[in-house]
Design a protein. Structure first.
Length: 342
């Protein structure tokens, strides 16, 4: 039995919280003694500064009990966990989902150059102190070997963290092709580029349905045109799965100029809802191969037309089997947990 401490800096609500709750349960099911800390993200400068202060008594006590500490990028707000753990000879495993601060600045520099330089220098210094980096796909490996030569890298596939259901697509007669999007709205997603690409590749009516507190600007009307956009606002996690299942595709998009590896977690939300995935973005060979291998989605290649209605029907017809394959492929079994523990 290993004593494992999981520290999530992104709060209990949302994909990160669900992912780490699922990881905690997998450790407990495997007979390990696991603890989890959900630290709420700070938005103000004072809140972020407070996160850099020495550990509280509670965090020190939890850290003292652990044999293995599991963190995630960005690690700058868990700097003390890394430093104290390594001084005490504990194993530190970092789940490497995003590259910071590069992800912030590669398309739209929103931080000062000095601030980004210091952030990046501290982030890389901390990551070099860790025992193992755990990216979710092979697409990350060349980047990590280049930036962190000598640091062990093991691919830990992102695991399912939402309930898996197949509600079936309701009979809408002969509607337009419906594409749902329930991810973050930021320049990295390149939603306007994805919408333009899908519009160019199709000839029939297309309706984009977006969810979230922030409505993305797609430059499309709500009705009266071949390609339209409907924003549904925030929908609770309990209801979002049923809403997504009503569409033909779930959109996973990245800006065509985004040069870093990625594995959008929304992929697994769509799989859980029984919704085929449509990926539009730069080449991610391992991610795209996984969509095809498991039968959970397809890639819209640049510069070609596509029969997306037929493709959606094909994928939807076998979605239950695809969900089963996904659960087997992404299971947090003993071999996967050992990548963290050993």
């Amino acid at each position: 039995m290993t004593k494992v401490l999981i520290v999530n800096c992104s709060g209990a609500i949302g994909s990160s919280g669900q992912l780490f709750d699922a990881l905690y349960l997998a450790f407990a099911k495997a007979g390990h003694e696991a603890e989890i800390m959900h630290l709420e993200p700070a938005s103000s400068f004072a809140g972020k500064f407070a996160r850099l202060l020495p550990l509280s008594r509670e965090r020190r006590a939890k850290l003292r009990r652990a044999d293995v500490v599991v963190l995630h990028t960005s690690v700058i707000f868990t700097a003390w966990e890394i430093v104290v753990s390594r001084l005490r000879g504990k194993r530190v495993a970092v789940i490497y989902w995003d590259s910071y601060p590069e992800s912030f600045n590669v398309l739209n520099r929103s931080k000062s150059r000095l601030g980004s330089f210091l952030f990046g220098a501290i982030e890389r210094w901390l990551l070099r102190r860790c025992n193992v980096l755990l990216p979710p796909s092979e697409d990350y490996v060349p980047h990590l070997h280049k930036v962190f030569p000598g640091i062990e890298t093991r691919v830990l596939r992102m695991w399912m963290f939402t309930p898996v259901t197949d509600r079936g697509r309701p009979d809408r007669g002969t509607p337009p092709l419906e594409i749902g999007f329930a991810g973050a709205v930021d320049p990295i997603r390149g939603l306007d580029h994805a919408v333009r690409r899908i519009s160019e590749a199709t000839v029939g009516p297309v309706s984009f349905h977006t969810y979230g507190r922030t409505a993305p600007y797609l430059g499309l009307p709500a009705a009266g045109a071949r390609v339209t956009h409907v924003h549904h606002g925030f929908v609770s996690p309990d209801a979002i799965m049923e809403r997504l299942a009503a569409h033909d595709f779930g959109l996973v998009s990245l800006h065509p100029g985004f040069p870093l590896p990625a594995f959008p977690s929304k992929t697994l939300v769509y799989v859980g809802a029984g919704l085929p995935i449509l990926y539009v973005g730069p080449e991610l060979p391992d991610y795209q191969a996984l969509l095809a291998e498991l039968g959970i989605g397809t890639t819209l290649a640049p510069g070609v037309s596509a029969e997306l209605v037929c493709e959606a029907e094909r994928l939807r017809g076998a979605i239950t089997q695809a969900q089963t394959r996904t659960l087997e492929k992404l299971e947090l079994n003993e071999a996967q947990l050992d990548k963290i523990l050993q």
